[in-house]
Design a protein around this ligand. Structure first.
Ligand code: MF3
Ligand code: CO
Length: 249
């Protein structure tokens, strides 16, 4: 079933979404050369202590062992923070975080450049960010899931990059992952019709090279098979009569 939320529920999600986006902004302070990925998680945990009742949506989800995901360079998503994994100058680091409050969820991700990065990495980040915006533009009453996927795929491929197909966006609200799936590829006019009150997480994952994925021995970290750079951005977006409402802005 499609998950439809009330205005009151979406307003609560918007208030948590504001905190999620503030955290992503603050994380820049610890996404620095020499910092461990565990330290990024600790910063997140400490930040959340200020907001009793708001918890990580990821910790323990399907057995996931940490409160956020930190994925570096060829890692696409689901990187587990580690004490002995360090960020270095020139990396691109993506952080994915989900929050839960009063039974409602929000989900967002951002990819950060660390110091000076290659022009290839810059272009990958720029294209992935714009692809997310292209998707959000189609998050409107009367459009379909396939319109979003098509817009993202078309933009990414036009710029010479690949869309990762193994992972997709999703409905979100009373659970982290709800119906429908929101693929980053598709055909115009196909898939679920978007109606008022639906909330979806749109999350393009793209790579510089092949779209093939391998999962590391930790059982979680997904990386590109050819070790090409990968990027991920995500927003939670509500479908309203007034157009897309970006909950995690
Ligand atoms: N944001 C991720 C997604 O929607 C969820 C991470 S699941 C976890 O794909 F298990 F890593 F927490
Ligand atoms: Co998500």
């Amino acid at each position: 079933m499609v998950n439809i939320l009330t205005y009151e529920e979406i307003s609560i999600m918007k208030s948590i979404g504001g905190i999620a986006s503030a955290i992503l902004r603050q994380l820049k302070r610890v996404i620095m050369p020499g910092e461990s990925t565990k330290n990024i998680e600790l910063f997140f945990n400490r930040y959340l202590e200020k907001y009793p009742g708001i918890i990580s949506a990821f910790l323990g989800y399907n057995g996931y062992p940490a409160s956020i995901c930190v994925s570096i360079n060829e890692e696409i998503i689901h990187g587990i923070p580690k004490k002995d994994k360090f960020i270095k100058q020139g990396d691109i680091v993506s952080v994915d975080l989900g929050l839960k409050y009063k039974g409602l969820f929000v989900d967002c991700a951002y990819t950060y450049p660390v110091g000076r990065i290659s022009s290839e990495a810059k272009k990958l980040i720029r294209v992935c960010w714009q692809a997310l915006k292209e998707g959000i533009k189609r998050a409107r009453v009367g459009f379909r899931i396939g319109d979003i996927g098509f817009a993202i795929q078309n933009y990414v491929e036009k710029n010479g990059f690949s869309v990762i197909r193994k992972f997709v966006g999703h409905g979100i609200g009373k659970a982290l992952h709800c119906y429908p799936e929101v693929p980053n590829f598709g055909r115009r006019g196909e898939g679920e019709l978007l109606t008022e009150g639906m909330v979806i997480a749109i999350e393009p994952m793209i790579s510089y090279g092949s779209s093939d994925v391998v999962i590391l021995d930790d059982g979680w970290t997904a990386k590109t098979r050819d070790d090409s750079l990968s990027c991920h951005f995500e927003h939670t977006v509500a479908i309203t009569s007034r157009g897309p409402w970006v909950i995690t802005r």
